[in-house]
Design a protein around this ligand. Structure first.
Ligand code: NAD
Length: 314
C-alpha cells in the first residue's frame, strides 16, 4: 500500500527475493499505482477493498505516516501479517489502539526500522552485546539530507501528518539507540525552523546512567548535499565508526583499522526477515512491537523537550 518513494524501494527489494510474488499494489494515485504495478507485473487498485480478495498473505504499508493506523485497522481484516513503515504511528491514542488491534486480531505486526537490518548497525549491536566494545559510554549519530520535497502533496512538511523532523528522520537513530540501550532516563532536544516554520535541524541528547547519546538530524542541508549518516560508539575497549558511504572502522589502543562487511541491501534483508517469520509462523523478535513502542515513547519525549526547552524525565 503506497507507491511513492518507499513503495518503489520495497517493490525493488522484493524483486531480489525468490519466495515472493507481489499480487497487487494500492495507491490512490492511479498514475503512480499503475507505473509500479507495471514494473512489478501485478495489478493496481485505489484501495485494499477494491482488490476483492477474501484473504491476503501479507500487507506492506508504505503510506504517509498519518494513514498508518487506519491502514493497519483495515488490513487486519484480511491478514494477520502486516509490515508497516516507520514511524508506526505518531499519536498517543494510536499507540494504545495498535496494542488493542494486535490482541484482537493476533497480529504479526512488524515496523520497518531498517537500521535494525543494516549490516554495520547490526554488527555494532553484536559488538555491544558480546562486550567487544566494553562498557559503552558515548554514542553520536548524525543523519542529514536536503529538504525532502518529493512527498505526495508535501505531507512530510506538515507535522500533523508526518510528526515532523524528529518523528520522521531522527527516529531512525532514536529507535536504534533504544533497541541497543533501552529507554533513557532523561532527554533534552532543540529544533530550529526556517521562516515558514519548516524544521531545519534537530539536536537531542539521551541520558543513560553511564552513557551520553548525541543525535543530530537535518532536513536543512544545501540542495547539492547527498544523504549522509554516521554513527560513532565509544566503549571501554575501543571505538567504532560507520557511515552511510560504507566506512566501518575500529579503533583501540593498538591503532585504527578498517573492518570489511559483506555488502547487502538492508531493505531486502528487512523484508526477507519478515517473510521468513510469516512462513515459519515466528514472531518478528528483531523488530518486536514492545521495543518499537519504547522508541516511540522516547521520540515523543524528545519532541516535547524540543518544543518546551525542558528536560523530560522518562
Ligand atoms: N525506512 C526508510 O528509510 C524510510 C524512508 C522514507 C520514508 N519512510 C516512511 O515511509 C512512509 C511513506 O513515505 P514515502 O516517502 O514513500 O511517501 P510518498 O509521499 O513518496 O508516497 C506515499 C504514497 O502514498 C499514496 N497515498 C496517499 N494517500 C493514500 C491513500 N489514502 N490511499 C492509498 N494511497 C495513498 C500517495 O499517492 C503516494 O504514492 C512514511 O511513513 C515515511 O516516514 C521510510
Amino acid at each position: 500500500m503506497g507507491c511513492g518513494s518507499m513503495g518503489v524501494c520495497h517493490g525493488e527489494a522484493y524483486q531480489k527475493l525468490e519466495n515472493v510474488q507481489i499480487t497487487a499494489v494500492v495507491d490512490i494515485d492511479r498514475e503512480k499505482g499503475q507505473a509500479l504495478a507495471g514494473r512489478l507485473g501485478c495489478s493496481w487498485a485505489p484501495n485494499l477493498a477494491a482488490l476483492r480478495f477474501d484473504k491476503i498473505d501479507f500487507v506492506d504499508i508504505c503510506l504517509p505516516t498519518h494513514l498508518h493506523f487506519a491502514a493497519i485497522s483495515q488490513a487486519c481484516r484480511f491478514t494477520k501479517n502486516i509490515l508497516c513503515e516507520k514511524p508506526l504511528v505518531i499519536k498517543e491514542e494510536e499507540i494504545s489502539g495498535i496494542s488493542l488491534l494486535i490482541r484482537q486480531y493476533d497480529l504479526r505486526l512488524m515496523t520497518a526500522h531498517v537500521l535494525r537490518f543494516w549490516n554495520c548497525y547490526d554488527k555494532i549491536r553484536d559488538m555491544v552485546k558480546n562486550q567487544t566494545l566494553g562498557e559503552v559510554s558515548s554514542i553520536g549519530c548524525t543523519r542529514r539530507q536536503k529538504r525532502p520535497v518529493w512527498s505526495a502533496s508535501n505531507w512530510l512538511y506538515q507535522s500533523s501528518l508526518s510528526g515532523g523532523l524528529v518523528y520522521d528522520l531522527m527516529i531512525h537513530d532514536i529507535d536504534y539507540v533504544v533497541w541497543l540501550l533501552g529507554v533513557p532516563k532523561a532527554v533534552v532536544g532543540d529544533i530550529v525552523h526556517d521562516n515558514d516554520q519548516v524544521p531545519l535541524h534537530a539536536k537531542a541528547q539521551l541520558r543513560y546512567e553511564n552513557c551520553i547519546v548525541d543525535l543530530f538530524a537535518s532536513w536543512g542541508m544545501p540542495e547539492s548535499f547527498d544523504f549522509y549518516a554516521t554513527m560513532e560508539v565509544i566503549g571501554g575497549k575501543g571505538m567504532v565508526f560507520c557511515d552511510s558511504a560504507g566506512a566501518f572502522t575500529w579503533t583501540d589502543h593498538e591503532g585504527n583499522r578498517k573492518v570489511s562487511l559483506e555488502e547487502t541491501d538492508p531493505y531486502a534483508e528487512e523484508l526477507r526477515y519478515f517473510i521468513d517469520c510469516c512462513e515459519q509462523n515466528r514472531y518478528p523478535d528483531k523488530s518486536d512491537i514492545s521495543s518499537v513502542l519504547q522508541s516511540l515513547k522516547t521520540t515523543r519525549a524528545i519532541d516535547q523537550a524540543a518544543a518546551t526547552g525542558r528536560i523530560i524525565v522518562l
